[in-house]
Design a binder for this molecule. Structure first.
Ligand code: NI
Length: 356
């Protein structure tokens, strides 16, 4: 797989849908090329038709095994081989499945952890699930892990991150992904791919309309947004300064509130006196929002109140000082600007938090 993929599952509640053929045509028309279905819901003859339609559309084919008993799991693995799928996802019995897949070229991603019920649930502690994933990944013929993260109780983003970091093979997060935050948790946690079926087919993924094409567009947009590094994600909503300042309380620890070009808008609460410093290359703008600020220079001082700003040019030594109990300032400066400038000490902040 190259980059995180959205695998469109032609399934609802863990069964292949009766109108899978029509839905597949819609998905292909939207440009989707990673298509999955399950071993329950449709007769094998229909799955054959689906498989050749996916292949005919230039797609990659995934079969996810949800059958719980050994005989059904073996039958699904044989069906996967017969259908010539590219990926076999799920199942819990590598000892049974690996001999069937041998020589088929099918990439095998069994479920990590203990699976129960139908629709499937993922049981056990995060530690158990990780250990299971690692054991599976140690085996030849296992190419990755199918993680039913959102079918488990507890801290799901934490589980995804732990499993992705703890194994050296790709992880697909499957099951119950129905909103952008779940996609973000999967992709930011390190998943190679995620699957969505029910939410898109039922039209319940947050989007302008329940129509499948709109659902698919929203899912792709969410996946793209999730992959933009947080540090570079533009804030496209308004920023309310009062709310932003209320969201933190420490002093001399600027927060990033926005970015424009190579510049950052930072908010800081100042208390008492900072320290003398200068910035080798960066000019620095201080706009007072609340309280009073004294900007000390070697030859004079400038006092500022709310609604007043001052620009300190590069190379000029300065000493900011709050004249009131606390002073709230907005800074506009190149993103390379270090708060303590040429001086590095315990007040230096290299990694700035962002206003949420
Ligand atoms: Ni400075």
């Amino acid at each position: 797989m190259t980059g995180p993929e959205f695998i469109f599952m032609l399934t609802r509640a863990d069964r292949t849908v009766p109108d899978a053929m029509d839905r597949l045509a819609e998905g292909l028309a939207c440009g989707l090329r990673h298509i999955g279905f399950k071993d329950l819901g449709l007769p094998l003859a229909d799955l054959h038709r689906l498989a050749s339609a996916v292949r005919g559309g230039g797609g990659t084919l995934y079969l996810e095994v949800v059958s719980l008993d050994a005989a059904s799991e073996a039958a699904s693995a044989r069906a996967a081989a017969e259908l010539g799928v590219d990926f076999l996802l799920g199942g819990t019995r590598p000892d049974l499945v690996l001999p069937i897949l041998r020589g088929s070229g099918i990439r095998y991603y069994p479920f990590a952890g203990r699976i129960a019920g139908h629709p499937s649930r993922l049981e056990g502690s995060p530690g158990d699930i990780l250990e299971s994933a690692q054991r599976l990944c140690d085996r030849d013929g296992v190419h990755g892990i199918d993680l039913l993260a959102y079918r488990s109780a507890g801290d799901v983003p934490g589980l995804i991150e732990a499993v992705c970091a703890g194994v050296d093979k790709p992880v697909i997060v499957a099951g119950s992904i129905d909103c952008p935050s779940r996609i973000a948790a999967a992709l930011q946690g390190g998943a190679a791919a995620f699957t969505i079926g029910t939410a898109a087919l039922d039209g319940v993924f947050p989007a302008a309309s329940p129509a499948l094409a709109v659902q698919i567009a929203a899912i792709r947009a969410a996946a793209v947004a999730a992959m933009i590094p947080a540090a570079r994600k533009p804030i496209i909503d308004k920023v309310n300064l009062a709310q932003a300042f209320a969201s933190f309380s420490d002093h001399w620890n600027p927060r990033i509130a926005g970015e424009l070009g190579d510049f950052q808008v930072k908010l800081a609460k100042l208390k008492g006196r900072f320290q003398w410093h200068h910035h080798e290359r960066e000019d620095e703008l201080f706009l007072v929002i609340e309280g009073r600020l004294r900007m000390g220079f070697r030859d004079r001082t400038v006092d500022l109140g709310p609604g007043e700003f001052i620009i300190v040019p590069r190379g000029v030594e300065h000493l900011p000082e709050a004249l009131t109990e606390e002073c709230h300032v907005m800074l506009l400066e190149p993103s390379t600007t270090l708060n303590t400038g040429n001086v590095e000490n315990e007040r230096t902040r290299r990694e700035l938090d962002r206003i949420a």
